[in-house]
Design a protein. Structure first.
Length: 188
């Protein structure tokens, strides 16, 4: 695998480990507990990441198939301008409202959400392996978050990893806030 894709794989592997580290600290009652009325629970953070991965996978499949059909062989992997901007917004933690299809809704089983996260991480890594050797700078997708945005596949992979780390930080923050509430005298 090329060095840029190895970097993305390391970021995805780190996200999976972080999700499991967070899960190990949780009591069963904490998985679905929201630290505040407008905050997501740990389960909702993971469910959101699962919704996102499921939206990206068919886009990646289509782009990889197109790249193979067109015989687009790899050059240097670089994010395009739009992809870099989306990646920066994600890494700088600029608050962006999640669009409706990606807002977690309903009851989620903690173990099932974490297991699905693991499966989807393996799927994303499999797509990267399939894409290795293709020109991911010239292959473009339409953002599943906003149809007005198009960026290259390499940027999409970097955005996915950064987005995962953003929401895993959010999940870790939720755990810390729940722990503070539990430690406050008089709060049951």
């Amino acid at each position: 695998m090329t060095k840029p894709l190895e970097r993305v794989r390391a970021e995805l592997d780190a996200a999976r480990r972080r999700a499991h580290d967070i899960a190990e600290t949780l009591a069963p009652s904490q998985w679905n507990a929201r630290p505040g009325p407008d905050d997501w629970s740990v389960t909702e953070c993971l469910a959101h990441l699962n919704l996102t991965s499921r939206a990206f996978l068919p886009l990646l499949d289509e782009a990889i198939g197109r790249g193979r059909a067109e015989g687009r062989r790899a050059g240097r992997h670089r994010m395009d301008v739009v992809g870099r901007m989306v990646w920066l917004v994600t890494t700088l933690r600029v608050p962006v409202r999640t669009t409706e299809p990606f807002v977690p809704a309903g009851a989620y089983q903690s173990e099932a959400v974490l297991a699905e996260f693991d499966v989807l991480q393996r799927e994303l890594i499999a797509r990267m392996e399939q894409a290795d050797g293709l020109d991911l700078t010239r292959l473009r997708i339409v953002s599943p978050f906003d149809a007005r945005l198009r960026y290259n596949v390499y940027a999409a992979l970097r955005i996915i990893a950064a987005h995962q780390h953003l929401h895993l930080r959010q999940a870790a923050r939720a755990v810390r806030r729940l722990a503070k509430v539990a430690d406050t005298p008089g709060v049951v």
